[in-house]
Design a protein around this ligand. Structure first.
Ligand code: SF4
Length: 233
């Protein structure tokens, strides 16, 4: 876990990243995954530049101007003092959304059960057979992700969304369908967002090229329990 100042940067304003809220985004440096399509290699490989006090001073000045704070990265749950930091932000009256790869189930349970986050966007990276290819990590993190997903589906209906980024060199229709089956078995009832990879010239962590082939949506199985929405297709 990260124990030094972990904050890489701050985006002062967004209307896109926290549903129905105006927010800022705090970007945490460091991540325990190495996703080939990751657009933030500088953040994943970078070090903290800002202190917690820098951020709290900013939030004091923006009180009554922003509704919420998005915690993103990198992977913020790697930071061992995240709960204390979020507690201070919540005391200031902000709503908090966390973006996470879900590999610290104890942290996510603690944050929900102590009302330190209001909403979670959970990355479902890949089916087990593709998990290493997509994330560069193995069975241990897959199991930890599954523990998080089990907990959320059993306890936090309506307070989280599941999303998968698709680059068709890494994930195909069958992989998506196996994740849909897993979500059905866990009785997920929210929206499952399938996000198309967008190529950027600046490059990705795994130096991915652009997709040559698009996803064939006609081969994606619908679910009776939840809605599937496509982003950026
Ligand atoms: S896309 Fe992967 S490597 Fe990049 S921040 Fe998210 S979990 Fe980490």
């Amino acid at each position: 876990m990260i124990d030094k100042s972990p904050i890489y940067s701050l985006t002062p304003f967004t209307m896109l990243d926290f549903p129905q809220k105006t927010a800022c985004i705090i970007w945490f440096a460091g991540c325990n995954m190495r996703c080939a399509y990751c657009h933030n290699p500088d953040i994943v490989n970078g070090k903290g530049i800002k202190t917690e006090n820098d951020i709290l001073d900013f939030l004091k000045r923006r009180k009554n101007l922003l509704d919420g704070v998005v915690i993103s990265g990198g992977e913020a749950t790697c930071y061992k003092d995240l709960a204390n930091f979020l507690s201070t932000i919540k005391e200031m009256g902000y709503a908090v959304k966390l973006d996470s790869n879900g590999t610290y189930p104890e942290t996510i349970k603690h944050l929900f059960e102590n009302k330190l986050i209001d909403f979670l966007a959970l990355d479902y990276k890949a089916s087990p057979c593709k998990f290493k290819t997509v994330t560069g990590t193995g069975r241990r993190l897959w199991n930890r992700f599954q523990e998080t997903l089990d907990y959320l589906c059993a306890n936090q209906h309506g307070k989280f969304e599941v999303r998968t980024t698709i680059h068709t060199d890494l994930l195909r229709e069958d992989d998506i369908n196996s994740m849909i089956v897993d979500l059905e078995e866990k009785k997920y009832t929210g929206t499952y967002y399938l996000q198309n990879y967008r190529h950027k010239d600046a490059g990705t962590l795994g130096k991915m090229l652009d997709q040559e082939q698009g996803l064939d949506m006609t081969h994606i199985q619908p679910s009776e329990n939840f809605t599937i929405e496509y982003r950026n297709f």
